[in-house]
Design a protein around this ligand. Structure first.
Ligand code: AGP
Length: 604
């Protein structure tokens, strides 16, 4: 998603702004730009490409202040004209935007009817032209008059050539943070607080059409009625370590290798019956009659597995919905529904929108997240942190297995407090859970074997990934890994569904990757393998040691450390991650920043 950065203070605004944009690159983007004020005029540089190309273009003396942007295209192609910042037709105002203006088309037509020309295809340019049309000397007032006209989500920062002492910002549903030092002599604005890494500043977050007037020495915040408001601030202290690949070729490969340690961190201090305070009382947790999990992409796959944990261990109805669908359903919710919002970034717009709908129905909301102070953690009743450390690669890996670890521990905790967990089962389950880091290490130690398999299957353009019960969401997740970094048509399929249609696609050029580690359904998965083999489909199976019958059917087998069904997704996920990584590497893809994707999807 788009990244916004702005700076006003005693340091060099241009250098500081470019450094801030560098911190946002990990999110994925396709174009970038900066704007500043020098000698009473707006200076703008844009690039329909990476920041490194933009830097080569910039030939600027010192700016009074600067705003910058990394664009992930939503409206309009990747072109110079569509890159931000956008200027109004009088070249007086420069604006950067993250979000989507849903009524931009009608607004643009109305502005065009007044003779206002447009240079880009973007919704963002409509905002700056509207503000300009309301400007009569006071930039805050012009923004105030504009916001009610906008439908949708936005975070904006803007400057005016006649006000070289101020940056104005505003936000609705899209994240926007303002970080400032104690005497307010310098302020940073960003849509992602990762841009503040390495600083020790006070941070406040704009929301609900609030407007900020940011100047050296003072920050004024106004609510949507233009009344001054005092915002709660938090201390953002981060001993910044530039994310490093630590010798690996890609962040993804490094983050895959970290998982024995990151899972251990997710476990630390939580193997107690009382778990940890999660912001929802024991009484409420005991009274819950339904658990509803929300998430997108990888987080949704973890959520589907988590729903099975809760049904198996806590014995209450549990389900998971993809957040972008959940918010348009009319689910039967209420105070006895525990809603769990899963999100690595804590900024996914669809997940935030769905949890806001659930909140309106009186549900208690628990967030499971990897980023402290993210929007999710500010909007839920309680949060559990993954403690997986920054996940830089767009492709989520360690966050997934840490989500599973936390969901397991939460299910054990709920099962314990509701008297569902016998001491014997608790000991047995915890013992198996504690073996998981070493199981994952075993798979990592055999990465070369998976790389050889990847080289054999790298040329195929189509795959089904199939599994049953715990292995179906696991298969979906492995398919997503391959799809998003190698651009191969890989899709998850319930193994039992194959004969209801998908089997028609199977042929010698359409392999199946089978996840066979769910013991309860092992006979059935073997039958499914036979169905595929009978149609000539190549089969790569990930199977638990001991399930030897798989070797009689599959063309290739990678043997996994055996465990209980509930915990089988861990090692299988690692194998799927490595398979995707090595196939993408073999195909020469951009693994950490795949095309068209972003790390934090802050638009709906
Ligand atoms: C996973 O590899 C993808 N990058 C994507 O599906 C991601 O899981 C999804 O956008 C949800 O992100 P979140 O966990 O930060 O909410």
């Amino acid at each position: 998603m788009c990244g916004i950065f702005g700076y006003i203070g005693d340091k060099d605004p241009l250098k500081t702004c470019l450094a801030g944009l560098e911190q946002l690159e990990y999110r994925g983007y396709d174009s970038t730009g900066i704007a500043g004020i020098a000698e009473g005029a707006i200076s703008t540089y844009k690039e329909a490409g990476k920041l490194s190309l933009l830097k080569q273009k910039i030939n600027l003396s010192r700016l009074d202040l600067a705003i910058g942007h990394t664009r992930w295209a939503t409206h309009g192609k990747v072109t110079y004209e569509n890159a931000h910042p956008h200027l109004d037709s009088s070249q007086s105002i420069a604006l950067v935007h993250n979000g989507i203006i849903e009524n931009y088309d009608s607004l643009r037509e109305e502005l065009k009817s007044r003779g206002i020309p447009f240079l880009s295809e973007t919704d963002s340019e409509v905002i700056v032209q509207l503000i300009s049309s309301h400007y009569q000397g006071n930039l805050v007032d012009a923004v105030y008059k504009t916001l009610p006209l906008l439908k949708g989500a936005f975070a904006i920062a803007l400057i005016h050539k006649d006000h070289p002492d101020q940056i104005v910002a505003a936000a609705r549903e899209s994240p926007l943070a303002i970080a400032y030092n104690d005497d307010c002599t310098e302020s940073l604005i960003s849509s992602d607080q990762n841009a503040f890494l390495g600083t020790s500043l006070n941070v406040l977050f704009l929301m609900g059409d609030e407007i900020a007037l940011i100047q050296k020495g003072a920050i004024h915040i106004f609510d949507q009625a233009l009344q001054p408001v005092e915002k709660k601030t938090e201390r953002f202290k981060n001993d910044y370590k530039a994310p490093s690949k630590e010798g690996f070729a890609h962040f993804m490969r490094k983050e895959i290798s970290e998982q024995p340690q990151t899972i251990q961190k997710a476990f630390d201090g939580r193997f107690t019956p009382d778990f940890e305070p999660i912001g929802i009382s024991l009484e409420e947790l005991k009274s819950m009659r339904h658990i509803w999990i929300l998430g997108c992409g990888t987080s949704a796959h973890a959520g589907h597995i988590g729903a099975m944990y809760f049904e198996d261990l806590v014995k209450i109805p549990s389900s998971c919905d993809i957040a972008s669908e959940a918010r348009y359903r009319d689910p039967i919710l209420g105070p006895d529904t525990l809603v769990i919002a899963l999100s690595q970034s804590g900024e996914t717009a669809d997940t935030l929108a769905a949890l806001r709908e659930a909140k309106k129905q009186g549900c208690r909301i628990l967030g499971i997240c990897n980023v402290q102070n993210s929007t999710l953690t500010r909007e839920t009743d309680g949060s559990i942190f993954l403690k997986a450390g920054p996940e830089v690669s767009v492709c989520s890996t360690k966050a997934f297995t840490s989500q599973l670890a936390v969901l397991n521990l939460l299910a054990l905790h709920l099962s314990h407090i509701r008297g569902r967990l016998s001491p014997a089962l608790a000991v047995h389950y915890v013992d198996k859970l504690k073996q998981i880091p070493s199981h994952i290490q075993q798979v990592l130690d055999q990465a070369a074997d998976i790389e050889r398999l990847a080289q054999k299957y790298a040329a195929y353009e189509d795959f089904f990934f199939m599994g049953r019960r715990y292995m179906f969401p696991t298969a979906q997740e492995a398919a997503l890994k391959l799809k998003e970094i190698s651009y191969v048509n890989a899709n998850g399929c319930p193994a039992g569904e194959l004969k209801h249609g998908p089997l028609a696609l199977i042929n010698p050029s359409f392999p199946v990757v089978a996840f066979c580690a769910n013991i309860r359904t092992q006979e059935k998965i073997l039958s499914n393998l036979m169905e595929v083999k009978a149609r000539g489909g190549p089969i790569l199976a990930f199977a638990p040691q001991g399930l030897n019958a798989v070797a009689d059917v599959a063309d290739d087998v990678f043997w996994l450390p055996p465990t209980i069904d509930e915990l089988s997704p861990f090692a299988s996920a690692i194998a799927g991650q490595l398979l995707a990584y090595f196939i993408a590497k073999e195909r020469g893809c951009d693994i950490d920043q795949p095309r068209n994707l972003a790390k934090s999807v802050t638009v709906e």
